[in-house]
Structures are given as structure tokens and as C-alpha cells.
Design a protein around this ligand. Structure first.
Ligand SMILES: Cc1cc2nc3c(=O)[nH]c(=O)nc-3n(C[C@H](O)[C@H](O)[C@H](O)COP(=O)(O)O)c2cc1C
Length: 449
């Protein structure tokens, strides 16, 4: 693969119980992985052997047992910065992404946490900037309400500006530690920010020297207009969720098209939709895993949300009837897409309302779920990659660890055979994996100008 060719990127979006809400109930599914350091280390080490770009931990700031049948993996889990520090110690090359929500934090705190992780990992840390998917988080942070989208993004934008300045506040050679002269720090290479904005007043400098990568890769996962704009302005990786190649292409070109407006080039931003791969040695084997997990879902088969989303009223009495011609003809755009994907997942056109409900329930959070052999799933990844709907995928195994093992064993070699995915890392930092050079320090740049 030459340097000028695009390279596929792969990362793991960790759901310790699996992305499928019932993945943990399979006899072979791990239920307690979130609290098992040995399990977490093993997962990260496997990914590194497979040359994945990164291991990613999301985060939420509220919880409820009501989530247990929908999103058990996000209901309770360990805090991401602590976990990433641990994973850094048991790996050597893989990129490590921790999520920090700007709405409920201070930039100085996040600058310290992220810079510390970058030093501890030898330049492998990145920050996933979120403004918060849970309105209920407000109640855990002495507030009555979650701010609206505009305020959250105004705050996030200034927040990111402050953090990235703090990372630069000590130049690379700011600690000469000269035993002869006694000069430990060179004050001329340490910069105050004097930042005074709409939300923050931060003097600086940070109390940690410049991170190994200079600037950590920034990851962003907003889908609103403000989210897309901030992503195009500052992010190096954009997470997204699309269920059709056409929607993927729309999002991809919407982001890449915004980059010149921010003085950036197309290859500075890597776009990563989520993918839930149910992989088998044959497509039949994969479908069997899919069917077994669906049958383990704890659900009362309430069809109201599905009916609302597809624009057609479905009757609970008809759960085991095949979708009629009339239903198929009357559904809206989303409904047609869901039916097509559910048909594919089941390997036949004639699917029942129950089968559509299963596919909907598992994918309603947005990510594409595909069922097939290693070759079939690798072909789909290639199609999205070549068709510029993605630069790679945020892989969300349906259950752990088997769902990940099957992907690594059956899909990754196919992608390598196609010549689109690396067999070796070309560097040791996360920026290296993303093909990004180490940026100049902004304070030095001004002085050099
Ligand atoms: C792949 C992916 C991962 C996300 N991870 C998180 C997360 O860990 N925590 C969170 O609060 N929001 C998460 N989000 C939600 C967004 O980052 C964002 O906070 C939310 O969607 C609101 O922004 P928006 O209105 O621009 O979409 C994620 C979204 C995607 C697509």
C-alpha cells in the first residue's frame, strides 16, 4: 500500500456485555467483563495483535436499572480515564480513546487527564469530546436541566480551544534539567494562556509538559449541524452511526465538504461509522448466532415505537405473520431501509413482524448490524470504504469475547488480503496510525514567524 493510497482504519467500541442487548445471555457470552481487568487487558492485547487503530471507551454520566434490557453495557462500567491508564500499561502500540463530556467538566481538569494519559501511554491517547447524550446527567451535577444543543456546543467549542492551548503551554524543550547550571525549567519556553472567553477564564500554564504527540487526536461524535461543524473544525476522527451506504455517503461528504472552510484537508479527518458484525464461518452459522441472541431479548414486544418510526401501525396480534405487501409499500424511507436490512440479516425476503422488531430493537441506537461470513462482511466494509461512506469502522461486537474473536479471525485477514488494511503498524503513536504528523507548538510558531 503506497502512502498516497487511503488506508482503512479499524477501532473497537467497547461494550463489555456486547452490543446486542442479549449478547451476554448466550452460554458463551461474557456478562461481567466490565469489572474484570484481566478481560479488559486481553481484549486490548488481541486488538493490538490484529493491528487495530484504537481501543475506545465511551462514557455516560447517569444510570438507571431501566437500561438493563436495552443497553446493559452502558448502565454500569468503570470510568474511562482510569481504565485507559490501566490498558496503556498492558499494551504498546494501539491507540487509546477516552471519552470526556465537556458539559460537566473544566478544561484544566481534562487537559491534565488527557496529557497524563498521553505521557503514560507513550503518545497513544486521544480524547473523545462529547457534549452529553443523557439529559439526566444534569441531576448528578447540581443542575436542574441539561443545556440545549446550542449552549452545549458553544461551551464545548471554547472548552476544546482552552484544552488544546494548555497542551501547548510548555514547549517540547521546556525542561532542560541541566544538572550543571541547575536550570530545571526554562521559563522562556513556558507560556501563559491569558484566556478570557464567554465561559472560561484560564491563566495557565498547565502543570504537565507538552504531551508526547504534541496535540492528542481529537475525536467527536455529534450528528447535529453544530456537531458536524465542530467536528470539521477540530476533530481528527469523527464517530457516526449510519445504517445505509447512501446515508453514510451523505454524512461523509457533508463533513469532508466542510473541511476547506476551516483551512483543513480531506485526509486530516477520519470518518468512522459504527458496525455491529455478526460473523460466522458460513452465513448460516452467523444467522444462527443472530437468531439465538434475538430469542434471548427480554421484551414485551411493544410495537408502538417501531410503528411510529416506520410510519405504519403494526398489530401485536400479527407478530408472527409475514410482513404484507401492503405494509412494505406503505412504510416511510426509514422503514424501507429497516425492512431491507432485516431481510438481509435473516437471509430471506419473507420476514415476520417479530423479525423486523428484533432488528429494529438491536439497531435503534443507530449502528449498522450485518450478519454474514467473514468474506461477506469484509466485502461490505470494502464497499463502504471505496464508496467513500467511511474511512473505517468502529467495530461493536454483538457479544464478547466470541463476537470480537470471530471478527479478528474471519474478517481482518480478508481485509488484509484485499490490501486495504495494515499488517503492521507504521509507527508507535496514535497520530502515526492516523497518518497525522506531530504539529508545531502554537506558541513557538508565533515566535518563529
Ligand atoms: C459512535 C458514537 C459514540 C458516542 N459516544 C458517546 C458517549 O460515550 N457519551 C455521550 O454522552 N455521548 C456519546 N455519543 C453522543 C454524541 O457524542 C453527542 O454528545 C450527542 O449526540 C449530542 O450531540 P449532537 O446533538 O450533535 O448529536 C456518541 C455518539 C456516537 C455516534
Amino acid at each position: 500500500m503506497s502512502k498516497s493510497e487511503r488506508e482503512l482504519h479499524l477501532g473497537l467500541f467497547l461494550f463489555a456485555t456486547g452490543y446486542h442487548p442479549a449478547g451476554w445471555r448466550l452460554p458463551e457470552g461474557k456478562a461481567d467483563g466490565a469489572y474484570r481487568p484481566d478481560f479488559i487487558a486481553e481484549v486490548a492485547q488481541k486488538l493490538e495483535r490484529a493491528k487495530f487503530d484504537y481501543f475506545f471507551l465511551g462514557d455516560r454520566l447517569s444510570s438507571s436499572p431501566d437500561m438493563q434490557h436495552i443497553f446493559p453495557s452502558q448502565m454500569t462500567r468503570l470510568e474511562p480515564f482510569t481504565m485507559i491508564a490501566y490498558v496503556a500499561a498492558v499494551t504498546k502500540q494501539i491507540g487509546l480513546i477516552a471519552t470526556a463530556n465537556t458539559t460537566y467538566a473544566e478544561p484544566y481538569h481534562i487537559a491534565r487527564l488527557t496529557a497524563s494519559l498521553d505521557h503514560l501511554s507513550g503518545g497513544r491517547a486521544a480524547w473523545n469530546i462529547v457534549t452529553g447524550a443523557d439529559p439526566t446527567a444534569a441531576l448528578n451535577f447540581s443542575r436542574e436541566e441539561h443545556w440545549d444543543n446550542a449552549r452545549r456546543y458553544d461551551y464545548a467549542e471554547e472548552f476544546v480551544d482552552v484544552v488544546t492551548k494548555l497542551w501547548d503551554s510548555w514547549e517540547d524543550e521546556s525542561l532542560p534539567m541541566n544538572k550543571e547550571s541547575g536550570m530545571f525549567a526554562d521559563a522562556a519556553k513556558v507560556h501563559k494562556l491569558h484566556h478570557k472567553g464567554d465561559f472560561f477564564s484560564v491563566e495557565g500554564p498547565l502543570n504537565i509538559v507538552r504531551p508526547v504527540q504534541g496535540q492528542l487526536p481529537l475525536v467527536l461524535a455529534g450528528t447535529s449541524e453544530r456537531g458536524r461543524d465542530l467536528g470539521a473544525k477540530v476533530a481528527n476522527v469523527i464517530f457516526t452511526a449510519q445504517r445505509s451506504i447512501e446515508d453514510g455517503q451523505e454524512f461523509y461528504s457533508s463533513i469532508k465538504g466542510r473541511l476547506p472552510g476551516f483551512g483543513r484537508t480531506r485526509d486530516e479527518v477520519t470518518i468512522m461509522p459504527g458496525l455491529v458484525p455478526i460473523v460466522g464461518r458460513t452465513s448460516e452459522e452467523a444467522r444462527d448466532i443472530y437468531r439465538r441472541m434475538n430469542e434471548l431479548l427480554v421484551t414485551n414486544f411493544d410495537l408502538s415505537e417501531l410503528s411510529r418510526r416506520i410510519g405504519v401501525e403494526l398489530s401485536p396480534a400479527a407478530l408472527d405473520d409475514e410482513l404484507s405487501e401492503e405494509i412494505i409499500k406503505s412504510v416511510n424511507h426509514d422503514g424501507a431501509n429497516w425492512i431491507k436490512l432485516a431481510q438481509k440479516a435473516n437471509g430471506r425476503e419473507a420476514i415476520t413482524v417479530r423479525e423486523l422488531f428484533y432488528y429494529f430493537t438491536v439497531t435503534v441506537r443507530g449502528h449498522l448490524l450485518v450478519v454474514g461470513s467473514g468474506k461477506e462482511i469484509a466485502d461490505l466494509i470494502e464497499e463502504w470504504f471505496v464508496g467513500e461512506a467511511a474511512d473505517g469502522f468502529n467495530v461493536c461486537p454483538p457479544y464478547m469475547p466470541g463476537g470480537l474473536d470471530d471478527f479478528l479471525e474471519l474478517v481482518v485477514p480478508e481485509l488484509q488480503k484485499k490490501g486495504i488494511f495494515r499488517k503492521e503498524y507504521s509507527g508507535n503513536t496514535f497520530r502515526d496510525h492516523l497518518g497525522l504528523s506531530r504539529p508545531e507548538n502554537r506558541f513557538q510558531k508565533v515566535e518563529n514567524a
